[in-house]
Design a protein. Structure first.
Length: 754
C-alpha cells in the first residue's frame, strides 16, 4: 500500500502528462516501456516493460506486479524510464476486458486536472477494481411461463411476484423476492410447480434493445419544435442545449425524441437524474415509449448487477443508461447523447472523495465523445443561464403545460399577520388560511401536499430552565429529535442517542423541550386536526427503498391519500393527478443559511414544489407561509416571474464577483488535533501567491467547525471568471508539508459552505 499521506499530500505529485496525441491509439511492441496508470488513488504513472508476444495498445487494462502485490492499471502512454539505468518489471497479463477508449482517457485526464484530484482516483470512478469484472459471460435468469397451471392458486404474494417478473429481468431468487416483497419460499414454490423457470442467458441478452418505432404520444406544438431542434443538434459534432420548460410542460416526452434519434443512429444514451429511487414514474413512461426498461446505474447495485451493467455498457449492449452522477464515468462504447434531468439540482455535486459536479463534467464528457448534451430544468441554474446568454449553449423553451392543465395560483401567507392558533395537541404550525384551504380540499375529495424541508420531529432540543441546547459530541451541530420515542440524532454524522430525561447542564428534571417543527411534528398536528384523513409521511427515511417509493407513489396516484406531508424528496418531478393544494410550511428555512446560492436554491425548490399542484384538469393552488413577504424570492413566485428573480440574482452575483461571474475554490483543512490543523492552514495562508485579481479569503473556522470529531478550517480563493486557478493552487498547496494526521481537501466550484 502507498501510505495515506502520499495520497493526501500534493507535495508528492509529479504531474502526469497527457500523451502527446490522445487521438492516435498507440501500439506497443515487446520490450518497449509503457507508462501505466494504476487503479489506485495516486497521481503517478509507473513504467513497465512489454513482455515477448504481447501486443499492447493505449487503453488496454493490464495486470502488473507492484511490490509484493498484483495490481491493475490502464496503459496510458509511452514509458519515461531510461531502460539502461533501472531494472524494470514486465507486465504480467492483459485482462480480457474492453480497452478504454481514448475519449474516456481524455475525460479522466481533464477531470483530474480540473478538480485537482489524483489521476488514479478519477480512474477509480470508472472501475474501482477491474478484476471483479472478470469471468462468467452467462447469467441465470428467472422467467415466467405464459400459461398458469389450472390448480395454481393466485395468492396476493404470488400476484406480486407475477407483476414484478412481468416488468423486468431478475437474476436470482433473492432479487425477485426483494422486488416483489415476498419471502424466497413463495418463489421456490412457484419454481417447483413450473410457473417460474430458470434459464441461462448471455449477459448481453439481459439488456433489451429499446424499440424506437412504437406509437407514442403526439407532441404539442411547442414540444414538437423543441424536439426537432434537439434532434437537429445530434447531427453536429458536439453541442450543449438547455431544455427549459415550466413544470408539467412535458419535457420528458420532448427529450425522448433526440433519445430515440440517437438510438436510431446506433449510439448509446445516458440520462443523469438527481435521485434514481424517485424515478418510478419516469420508468413507466420510458417503458410505454420504448417497450423495455433501460440499464440502471447507482451506488447501491448488487455486485452482480453492477458487473453485468458495466460490461454491457462497455460492450455497447446496454443502449440507454439512467443513473446517478457516477454513471457519467462508465466506459461507454459509443456515447451519442447525455441528458441531465433537473440540471439545477445540487445533488449532481459529489461532495466527498473526488469532488466534482456531474452537470458540468457531463459537458466535458460530451465534448470528449463528440456527443450532444441536453440540460433539462424548469428552474435552470444561473451557471447554465449565463452560458445560454453568452451563446455557448443552445436554448429550447416550453412555456405551457400540456393539455388543458394550467399553472397553479400561488399566494403568500404572511405569518406575522396570520399566526397559527394553538390547539389541544400543543403548538401549531399551520396558519388559519392554510387550515381552511385544507378543509376545502378534503371536502372536494382532493389531495393536499404539505411541504417542509426538515426531517424528524424537532430541529432543536433545549432546556426550558437554563437554555442549554443539545449538541452532537462529534460535530458542531444541534441534535434533531426523531420518532415517537423522541431519540436524538445528528444529521451530519448520523450518531443516535436516547432522549434526555434531565438537562446535562443544570440537571433539572423534565425540562427539555422540542423547538421548531420537523415533518413528524407537522404530521402530529395534521392527525389531531383531521383525524379521519388518510395521511402519509414522505421523507428520505420512509423512502429509503425502491419498494417503499413505488408503493407510496402508487398509493398517492390512486387517490387513496388525502394529505401528504413531505420533505424535498417528493418535490421533484412527480406527477400526482389528484393533487390540487400545495402548502409550504416554512418558506424561509433555506434563506437564512450562509451560502451564495441560498436564494437561488430556495427559489428553485419552492418553484418545484409548487409545480406539483393541479397537473391535470383540476386547477391547483399553492399557499406559501413566510415571514418575508417582500423577499424577491417570494415575490417572483407569486408573480410567476422567474426571469425577474434571475435578473436580480445575476446582478448581485456580478457585483460580488461570485460564480458564475467569478471562480471559487474552497480549501478545507481538517484533523483531530486543532493545533496541527491551524498550523497547516496558517502556513498555507502565509505563502499564498500574489496574483492580480485573485483573492485569498480566510483562514477561518468552517461553518461546521467540527465534523465527526475533526476540526475544520477553511480558505477560500476567489478569482476572475476568465482565469483558471488550478495551476496556481496546485503549485501553492504543493509547497506545504502536511503531517499525515491532517487532511487538505480541495473543492473547485464549491456548492456547500458548511
Ligand atoms: P415536466 O417534466 O415538464 O414537468 P412531464 O414530462 O412530467 O412534465 O409531463 C407531464 C405529464 O404530461 C406526463 O404525465 C406526460 O406523460 C404528459 N404528457 C407530456 N407530453 C404529452 C403530450 N404531448 N400529450 C399528452 N400527454 C403528454
Ligand atoms: Zn454529529
Amino acid at each position: 500500500m502507498i501510505g495515506q499521506s502520499a495520497m493526501n499530500n500534493l507535495n508528492d505529485r509529479k504531474r502526469v502528462e497527457a500523451p502527446d496525441d490522445f487521438s492516435l491509439p498507440r501500439q506497443f511492441m515487446p520490450e518497449e516501456r509503457v507508462a501505466i496508470l494504476l487503479f489506485f488513488a495516486v497521481d503517478k504513472l509507473y513504467d513497465y516493460a512489454v513482455p515477448a508476444k504481447m501486443m499492447l495498445t493505449v487503453g488496454d487494462i493490464v495486470q502488473v506486479p507492484f511490490g509484493h502485490r498484483t495490481m491493475y492499471g490502464v496503459v496510458w502512454q509511452q514509458g519515461q524510464t531510461d531502460s539502461a539505468l533501472t531494472r524494470i518489471k514486465y507486465i504480467t497479463d492483459i485482462l480480457p476486458l474492453p480497452s478504454f477508449r481514448l475519449p474516456l482517457l481524455q475525460f479522466i485526464k481533464w477531470v483530474a486536472d480540473y478538480t485537482l484530484q489524483p489521476l488514479g482516483a478519477v480512474l477509480q470512478l470508472v472501475a474501482r477494481d477491474p478484476s471483479v469484472l472478470l469471468g462468467h459471460s452467462e447469467e441465470k435468469v428467472l422467467s415466467c411461463e405464459g400459461n398458469l397451471p389450472k390448480k395454481f392458486a393466485i395468492t396476493q404474494p404470488r400476484k406480486r411476484v407475477l407483476s414484478s417478473i412481468a416488468k423486468g429481468v431478475f437474476n436470482s431468487v433473492t432479487d425477485l423476492s426483494e422486488d416483489a416483497n415476498v419471502s424466497a419460499s413463495v418463489i421456490t414454490s412457484m419454481i417447483k410447480c413450473g410457473v417460474i423457470k430458470i434459464e441461462h442467458t448471455a449477459i448481453k441478452d439481459l439488456f433489451e434493445t429499446p424499440d424506437t418505432g412504437r406509437r407514442h404520444l403526439i407532441l404539442e406544438k411547442e414540444q414538437a419544435i423543441a424536439a426537432k431542434a434537439l434532434c437537429e443538434l445530434l447531427k453536429t459534432k458536439f453541442s450543449v442545449s438547455l431544455l427549459e420548460g415550466v413544470t408539467g410542460s412535458g419535457k420528458t416526452e420532448v427529450y425522448f425524441e433526440p433519445l430515440a434519434a440517437a438510438l436510431d443512429e446506433g449510439k448509446q444514451v445516458l440520462v443523469l437524474v438527481p435521485e434514481i429511487t424517485l424515478t418510478i414514474q419516469w420508468f413507466n413512461r420510458f417503458r410505454e415509449r420504448f417497450g423495455c426498461v433501460p440499464a440502471i446505474w447507482h451506488s447501491n447495485l448488487s455486485k452482480k448487477t453492477r458487473k453485468q451493467t458495466w460490461l454491457a455498457i462497455a460492450n455497447g449492449d446496454a443502449r440507454v443508461v439512467i443513473g446517478a452522477r457516477s454513471a457519467l464515468f462508465l466506459p461507454y462504447a459509443n456515447l451519442g447523447l447525455i441528458i441531465v434531468d433537473e440540471e439545477h439540482d445540487s445533488s449532481f455535486k459529489q461532495e466527498d472523495g473526488v469532488i466534482y459536479n456531474a452537470r458540468d463534467m457531463s459537458v466535458v464528457r460530451g465534448r470528449a465523445e463528440s456527443a450532444s448534451v441536453v440540460l433539462v430544468s424548469a428552474t435552470p441554474s444561473l451557471e447554465t443561464l449565463t452560458n445560454v446568454a453568452s451563446g455557448k449553449y443552445k436554448h429550447s423553451i416550453l412555456k405551457q403545460r400540456v393539455g388543458t392543465s394550467v399553472l397553479p395560483k400561488i399566494a403568500l401567507i404572511d405569518m406575522l399577520k396570520n399566526p397559527p392558533i394553538r390547539g389541544d395537541w400543543g403548538k401549531s404550525w399551520l396558519s388559519p388560511p392554510l387550515v381552511s384551504s385544507i378543509d376545502e380540499a378534503l371536502a372536494h375529495g382532493d389531495q393536499s401536499l404539505l411541504f417542509l424541508n426538515r426531517r424528524g420531529y424537532a430541529p432543536l432540543t433545549l432546556c426550558a430552565q437554563c437554555g442549554y441546547r443539545v449538541e452532537c459530541n462529534n460535530c458542531s451541530a444541534w441534535l434533531v429529535q426523531h420518532g415517537a420515542a423522541r431519540y436524538l440524532q445528528c444529521h451530519h454524522c448520523g450518531s443516535k442517542s436516547s432522549p434526555l430525561l434531565e438537562c446535562p447542564s443544570c440537571n433539572a428534571k423534565e425540562t427539555m423541550v422540542a423547538c421548531g417543527p420537523g415533518i413528524e411534528r407537522i404530521a402530529e398536528e395534521v392527525k389531531a386536526r383531521w383525524p379521519e384523513a388518510n395521511i402519509v409521511i414522505a421523507d428520505s427515511e420512509s423512502l429509503s427503498k425502491d419498494q417503499a417509493v413505488r408503493q407510496l407513489v402508487e398509493k398517492i396516484s390512486s387517490g387513496a391519500t388525502d394529505i401528504i406531508i413531505g420533505t424535498q424528496i417528493l418535490a421533484k418531478g412527480h406527477h400526482f393527478p389528484n393533487l390540487t393544494l400545495v402548502g409550504v410550511i416554512d418558506a424561509d428555512i433555506g434563506l437564512s443559511s450562509w451560502d451564495l446560492r441560498a436564494s437561488e436554491r430556495t427559489h428553485q425548490l419552492l418553484h418545484q414544489v409548487s409545480g406539483r399542484a393541479g397537473r391535470e384538469e383540476k386547477a391547483g393552488s399553492v399557499l406559501i407561509q413566510t415571514r418575508e413577504v417582500q423577499n424577491p424570492v417570494m415575490q417572483s413566485l407569486v408573480m410567476l416571474d422567474s426571469r425577474s428573480f434571475v435578473e436580480l440574482e445575476k446582478q448581485s452575483r456580478q457585483i460580488l464577483k461570485m460564480p458564475p461571474f467569478g471562480r471559487l475554490v474552497s480549501i478545507i483543512v481538517s484533523g483531530k488535533k486543532e493545533e496541527s490543523v491551524v498550523k497547516v492552514v496558517n502556513d498555507l495562508s502565509h505563502i499564498s501567491p500574489i496574483i492580480a485579481g485573485v483573492e485569498f479569503l480566510g483562514p477561518a473556522p468552517a461553518f461546521i467547525s467540527m465534523l465527526r470529531g475533526k476540526y475544520r478550517y477553511r480558505l477560500l480563493v476567489r478569482g476572475p471568471q476568465n482565469y483558471l486557478l488550478q495551476n496556481d493552487i496546485r503549485r501553492w498547496v504543493g509547497k506545504i508539508v502536511v503531517p499525515s494526521s491532517v487532511k487538505i481537501q480541495i473543492d473547485v466550484d464549491p456548492y456547500n459552505f458548511y
